[in-house]
Design a protein around this ligand. Sequence first.
Ligand SMILES: [Mn+2]
Length: 332
Amino acid sequence: MELKNSMKIVLNDILKGKRKVALGGHVRPDGDCVGSCMGLYLYLKEQYPDISADVYLETVPEAYRIINGTDEVKTEALDGEPYDLFICLDCGDPERLGFSRPLFEAAKETLCIDHHVSNDAFADENYIVPDASSTSELVFTLLDTDKISRASAEALYMGIAHDTGVFQYSCTSPETMETAAALMRKGIDASKIIEKTYYEKTYIQNQILGRALLESMLIMDKKCIISVIRKKSMDFFHAAPADLEGIVSQLRMTKGVEVAIFLHELAPQKFKVSLRSKGLVDVSEIAKYYGGGGHVRAAGVTMEGSSHDVINNITARIVHQLKHEEEQEQEL
Ligand SMILES: [Mn+2]
């Protein structure tokens, strides 16, 4: 794995002398965010009894609550004595910490563990490896394998499984599989974790997925697939934003498509845009251009305007990149 912004850190050194440690992940926590936070949180509680650790996350989605300790997650930041250390996980920029950002700002020391290519190393100490499959895999590399408990292993395994699309995406390296193997040896029920936290969908989630697929359109000479879910559809199905997870990945699987674009209307003239690429287009560049972030093949951004404006702006960047690609090919 290539290190982008930082050398590997030593957890013991960073924790030396710390009494109060906070952990925090990004808004709308996904599997890797919850997995990396809970995996490290459980390890700290078990291996560093002198440290008082708290984990801050927005409401943990129902499916992930099979992970131990998720009932201890703090969903609001109360005023109090500043933390000695704030560890920010799976978070590409401080804004994405959401409600826990003030705690991060106030902490005496900060550490960021992340794998987003758009991360510009905003903490005091940074362990950022864009090539890593997941933040959960990075957390694993910082821990003493012998000391990882089954509960912590379950959390980390969930995170890795989610960010690799169950060991399918190209970010899945031999090291990823070795990490998964080491976690399996802790006696976890790997198939149950995958089934319950990744594949299982509620009836509502399947219905809204169906709606998104039915109304999708191929554009740009079928290189691109787009779909929009409006607020009124969300209300009709009684769906929450978390129910939309997985839709853009399903769109991306369409044969012949290079990029999938999924718009979710947050408010009038305001959309959460999810982007997935098969590899030719760097969607993190597009997301970053409009103020978002992510990975080469998976990124997101919030944009304002009509759905047509948003789609036009995004596709303009895709055309720009594909053109550049063609020009480079001609030069070769
Ligand atoms: Mn991640």
